[in-house]
Write a protein that binds this ligand. Structure first.
Ligand SMILES: [Zn+2]
Length: 57
């Protein structure tokens, strides 16, 4: 599940389980489940860091 940090200057998006109740970036416990739009943003950002195309070795 994707979570969003609610801390004012953090807004960190991260993947975690229900037990993970604190933001891995700032350590605050003010997190909430990410909205659909935030999840889309999360995956978009992650895929942008991946190299384009396949490596052929
Ligand atoms: Zn945070």
């Amino acid at each position: 599940m994707i979570y969003a940090c609610q801390t004012k200057y953090c807004h960190y998006l991260f993947y975690g389980s229900q037990r993970e109740a604190a933001c891995p970036d700032c350590g605050k416990k003010q997190i909430r489940p990410a909205t659909r739009g935030e999840r889309t943003e999360f995956f978009r950002l992650r895929t942008e860091f991946l190299p384009v195309g396949k490596r052929s070795g």
